[in-house]
Design a protein around this ligand. Structure first.
Ligand code: NPW
Ligand code: K
Length: 492
């Protein structure tokens, strides 16, 4: 699991640790880790050309001390100072002692940046406010088009550490070396994309972050990894029959949109439930594609037992079916039209009774439910998911470039999906996800686990299906088993 903490929590943990350590010790740990990562990406340090972009805070200090270490190993290191009078004094002295040089005219340094083998972005770290300042923009752009590798210190400058927002230009890193804890902005797009490969350097904050003797700051975001997902996936026991593995009911599709039902059933059949029951007007289309489906002509209340329901994909205006499903005392996943048709009170009532509900809106649907503009949801995905989860007392999976899952009530760490791919933004892909999530709910996973595991597998399946080309939702459903196998293989 990658666990990310807010800047406030990281700062508090740092203060607590610094009080017990000699002055400057933490920065030396950070700089040592940073220099090691830089040496790795360079391959050969001796003779390489390194340019440090140095801002006015400790982020620049890290860059300068790491630069000094590289200079001692024979690299030609130049520090470009964005605020010449305010650069970290100790770091500057260390760099000069090691033979590095300083460039105070940032405006004239564009050529240097373009020609460097390695550009180290120490412009600003967790102390950053707003986007990159004007003087830094041409340097960030030069780093992007230049020939060298770009390594960001702690996080790419211009990216908001707590939200992943990038206002205006931000540094595009190949590698980000982050200290002490992941920051949410490294896990959430667009920040995640700007960060490139993230390397974590432990500087000893663990005890403070865990709440031990330090601040009881809880994680803000977490990203499942293969091994976490492998532990959560349902495994049938020797005596499991199809009913013990869970039956998932799909109340989806309409005469106008039969395809949504077919795709949701397709996702559900690959999600670990023992059987899929379909209720709705698209039974013929469903059976034609998936003859193993149990199709019922009657409404959800009389369709037979299920351990979880999926309601909403392609449902049109069928509010009665949505109401009937929400009245059932089993977990329910609500998607698409169902989100619009579900009454807040009915969903909240389930949550207050302890019956799980998982809502799976995309940004547009979430914006409509919250009564805000879509852009507001897109630029503050964590906050939007938490707000919906609090209003509805339901787990909320907010789909998008980075899919996030908040627990009912909106507290706790938000799960952030690391496997997404832009190719998944294709018609019907959400229907597959809803079936898959419902199937995992029926197999016994909690709402947050079912949502985050479904997003993880769906993202992997999307990548397998796409391989760099457009995909159809059917292809994604068809690759879920492969995604599952790849996860389980890595977890054992
Ligand atoms: N604390 C620790 O224990 C450890 C911390 N560590 C490291 O320290 C980093 C945090 O250092 P920090 O607190 O000095 O803040 P930092 O990110 O360098 O920036 C603040 C400065 O930048 C400025 N500035 C603000 N916004 C800006 C913008 N948009 N664009 C440009 N400039 C902007 C602002 O100045 P002002 O607004 O006054 O002009 C201020 O001077 C952290 O990320 C990690 O790398 C490690 O060494 C491990 C131990
Ligand atoms: K930085």
């Amino acid at each position: 699991m990658r666990t990310a903490y807010s800047v406030e929590t990281v700062r508090a943990a740092e203060r607590e640790l610094m009080a017990r350590l000699p002055e400057g010790a933490l920065m030396q740990r950070a700089a040592a880790g940073l220099a090691a990562a830089c040496a790795d990406v360079l391959g050969r340090v001796y003779g390489s050309r390194v340019v440090l972009l140095v801002g006015s805070g400790d982020n620049g200090g890290d860059a300068l001390y790491a630069g000094a270490r590289l200079a001692r190993r024979g690299a030609g290191v130049r520090a470009v100072l964005l605020a010449p009078g305010r650069a970290h004094a100790g770091g500057l002295a260390a760099l000069r002692r090691a033979g590095g040089s300083v460039v105070s005219d940032a405006g004239g340094a564009v050529g240097l940046v373009e020609q460097a083998d390695l550009v180290v972005d120490g412009i600003v770290g967790i102390g950053g406010k707003g986007g990159l300042r004007e003087a830094a923009v041409p340097l960030a752009e030069a780093a992007r088009r230049g020939r060298g590798v770009v390594v960001a210190v702690d996080l790419p400058s211009g990216v908001d550490a707590d939200t992943g927002e990038a206002r205006g230009t931000a540094v595009r890193a190949d590698v980000t070396v982050t200290f002490g804890a992941y920051k949410p902005g490294l896990l959430i797009d667009p920040g995640r994309e700007y960060a490139g490969v993230v390397r974590f350097v432990d500087i000893g904050l663990g005890r403070g972050l865990a709440g031990g003797t330090g601040p009881a700051g809880s994680p803000r975001a977490e990203a499942l990894q293969h091994a976490d997902v492998a532990r959560l996936l349902p495994v049938p026991g020797a005596e499991s029959d199809k009913y013990r593995r869970g039956v998932v009911g799909i109340a989806a599709g309409s005469a106008r949109y039969p395809g949504a039902a077919v795709l949701a059933v397709g996702g559900a059949l690959r999600g670990g439930a023992g059987a899929v029951r379909y209720v709705g007007p698209a039974g013929g289309a469903v059976l034609a594609r998936y003859p193993e489906t149990l199709v019922s002509e009657r409404g959800p209340a009389r369709a037979g037992r299920v351990q979880a329901w999926v309601v909403g994909p392609g449902a049109g205006d069928d509010a009665a079916t949505v109401g009937e499903v929400l009245a059932a005392d089993v977990p329910v996943l609500i998607d698409a039209d169902g989100l619009r048709l579900a009454e807040v009170g009915a969903v909240r009532g389930r949550g207050l009774r302890g019956v799980p509900t998982l809502m799976t809106p995309h940004a547009g649907e979430a914006a409509a439910l919250l009564g805000v503009e879509r852009e507001e949801v897109e630029s503050g995905r964590l906050a939007a998911a938490r707000e919906l989860a609090a209003r509805y007392e339901a787990a909320v999976l907010l789909k998008g470039s980075t899919t996030v899952v908040a627990e009912a009530g909106g507290g706790g760490a938000v799960r952030v999906n690391p496997t997404g791919t832009p190719w998944l933004a294709t018609a019907g892909s959400g229907d597959v996800l809803s079936g898959l999530g419902g199937s995992l709910l029926a197999a016994g996973l909690s709402a947050v686990d079912a949502g985050s595991v479904a997003a993880y597998l769906h993202g992997l399946a999307g990548r397998f299906a796409a391989e760099g080309a457009p995909v159809a939702a059917e292809d994604v459903a068809g690759r879920i088993a492969e995604a599952w196998r790849s996860v389980v293989g890595a977890g054992v």
